[in-house]
Design a protein around this ligand. Structure first.
Ligand code: ADP
Length: 287
């Protein structure tokens, strides 16, 4: 049920009467609704978790950061707030369209150009979330330092608290840490979406890709590509166009699991089960 207090708060932010609401399924974290006014459509996410306010503040900041790069569309953020009935994020509603010929090529080239956006350090100006788990973004001068301190160690710490992994797993990660400088190419910090799986982009009514649910940072660009490959859903034309725009350093296939380990650890911490074995399979290739 959409709480009346949230609806009224949205009306105030929009300065218009909400004429209709429709629940939207498909998200794994939040309740979602389409809101209709006389002039437009809006997308509303509601979450009652204690951390929901920070979650939506971070999501809004991530969407804003993507929009600021001027490469790919994201829903415009109308506003966010906390009420006694939960926190909410109010966005522009993206009307879905069909993927036209050339969709994947445009998208692949655009992601390469998004990744070209750089910063003096790895990290980001604010921490954010990966799913519902905190994702710190402290600043580091090198990719291995950033990946270890801000990505792998925080997830390993959550896994340790939840008793999800064995002592040998932690020892194997220690060994991987030492090998990171030789495994991953030394590239400038790249602006990444950060949670780049096929559920986190839409195709709008003009046939253009739209990024949603970001977990942005200046990171290694291969993180986004590795995440996109974890569950699939991206056409090979996407990758061809990406590489035409900005070729990857040789050997990407071999080091793909290094980057996927972060997302696999996140899945261990969120869902457990079979993901522990996938973490071990990935680690075994390097230690
Ligand atoms: P969650 O944060 O819970 O994972 P999502 O952001 O993935 O939720 O949204 C749930 C569903 O709503 C998705 O399937 C997506 O297709 C759709 N969606 C997300 N954002 C918008 C938007 N701005 N406009 C229209 N549909 C959207």
């Amino acid at each position: 049920m959409l709480p009346l207090a949230i609806l009224e708060n949205c009306q105030t932010k929009l300065g218009e009467t909400i004429l209709a609401t429709r629940p939207i399924s498909g998200g794994d974290i939040n309740e979602a609704y389409q809101l209709s006014t006389a002039s437009s459509q809006y997308f509303l996410k509601i979450n009652t978790a204690p951390f929901a306010k920070e979650l939506f503040v971070a999501e809004a900041a991530g969407l804003h950061a993507i929009a600021t790069q001027g490469i790919l569309r994201t829903p415009t953020v109308i506003g966010h707030d906390s009420t006694e009935y939960g926190s909410f994020l109010l966005l522009e509603f993206i009307e879905s369209g069909y993927r036209p010929d050339g969709f994947w090529e445009c998208f692949g080239a655009a992601m390469a150009n998004l990744h070209r956006k750089t910063a003096p350090s790895f990290g980001f100006e604010n921490d954010n979330f990966i799913g519902v788990l905190p994702q710190p973004n402290g600043l580091h001068g090198t990719w291995p330092d950033f990946y270890i301190a801000e990505r792998l160690l925080p997830q390993l710490s959550i896994a340790e608290q939840g008793k999800k992994l064995q002592p040998t797993d932690f020892q194997n990660f220690e060994q991987l840490f030492k090998k990171l400088p030789e495994l991953c190419p030394n590239e400038p910090p790249a602006f990444v979406h950060g949670d780049f799986w096929s559920g986190n982009f839409l195709c709008d009514a003009n046939g253009s890709p739209v990024l949603i649910d970001p977990a942005v940072s200046f990171s290694h660009r291969e993180m986004d590509l590795a995440m996109s490959r974890l569950f699939g859903g991206f056409d090979r034309l996407f990758y061809q166009a990406y590489e035409t725009e900005w070729p990857l350093a040789p050997g990407f296939e071999g080091r793909l699991p290094v980057y996927q380990l972060y997302y696999l650890l996140v899945h261990v911490n969120l869902f457990g089960g079979g993901y522990v074995q996938l973490v071990r399979d990935a680690l075994r290739q390097f230690v």
